[in-house]
Design a protein around this ligand. Structure first.
Ligand SMILES: C[S@@+](CC[C@H](N)C(=O)[O-])C[C@H]1O[C@@H](n2cnc3c(N)ncnc32)[C@H](O)[C@@H]1O
Length: 196
């Protein structure tokens, strides 16, 4: 049976043509995160790296970005597009030793959280990679309904992948000792930010 990883590998070369990111919304989300110069960021499920230039502009040359993806072909495309000296690309499962650092200022799951199988465990594992007062961000530049409907329409391994409700996510953040500091759940965006 085909896996999530196989699915995203098969889409990597075409990803930038099939996915239409609204860069104004992406920028709005990143502005809400209030990333500082010099911050160390983990971009989870970077795909072809849509967030990378936006994050790079925030952290500056003194900052660090680790861009991880389980699908190696996504990372191949991202590497071809971006050549910043402070961006490290990692192929691996973020929940399975893909990263070892535990001092990120911010961990961002942009447009990827529905693909974790055990979402509560994912949040508590990601929290272990944050420094004290670090931020965990789960975000989408679409509404929750739109994302869940989109997945439902794609036959194959992502068909059952769902973004939980804001209330469920808040409970998951709280059980990982992360305090929710911002939530947006409307027709335009879905964003939850929490502080460890
Ligand atoms: C819907 S794509 C989004 C990619 C990118 N963030 C974007 O918005 O264009 C989800 C990505 O998450 C990756 N992914 C899924 N589960 C992962 C995991 N456990 N660890 C790392 N990456 C993962 C997939 O391979 C895929 O590239």
């Amino acid at each position: 049976m085909s896996s999530n990883k196989d699915y995203f590998n098969s889409k990597a070369e075409l990803w930038d043509n099939i996915v239409d990111h609204d860069l104004k919304k992406v920028q709005r989300i990143i502005d809400l995160v209030e990333i500082k110069k010099g911050d160390k960021i983990l971009d989870v499920g970077t795909g072809t790296g849509v967030l990378i230039p936006v994050l790079q502009a925030c952290v500056g040359d003194q900052g660090q970005i680790t861009a991880i993806d389980i699908a190696e072909k996504m990372i191949e495309v991202a590497k071809r597009k971006f050549d910043y000296s402070n961006v490290e690309f990692v192929v691996g499962d973020v929940l399975e030793k893909g990263v070892s650092d535990s001092d990120f200022d911010c961990i961002i799951c942009y447009s990827m959280f529905p693909h974790f199988e055990d979402k509560k465990a994912a949040i508590s594992t990601l929290a272990k990679h944050l420094k004290k007062n670090g931020k965990l961000v789960i975000c989408h530049s679409q509404s929750r309904d739109a994302i869940n409907h989109l997945h439902q329409e794609i036959p194959g391994p992502v068909q059952e992948d769902r973004l939980p409700s804001m209330d469920i996510l808040k409970q998951m953040f709280e059980s990982a000792d992360i305090n929710v500091s911002l939530e947006i759940d409307d027709e335009e965006l879905f964003v939850i930010i929490g502080l460890l």
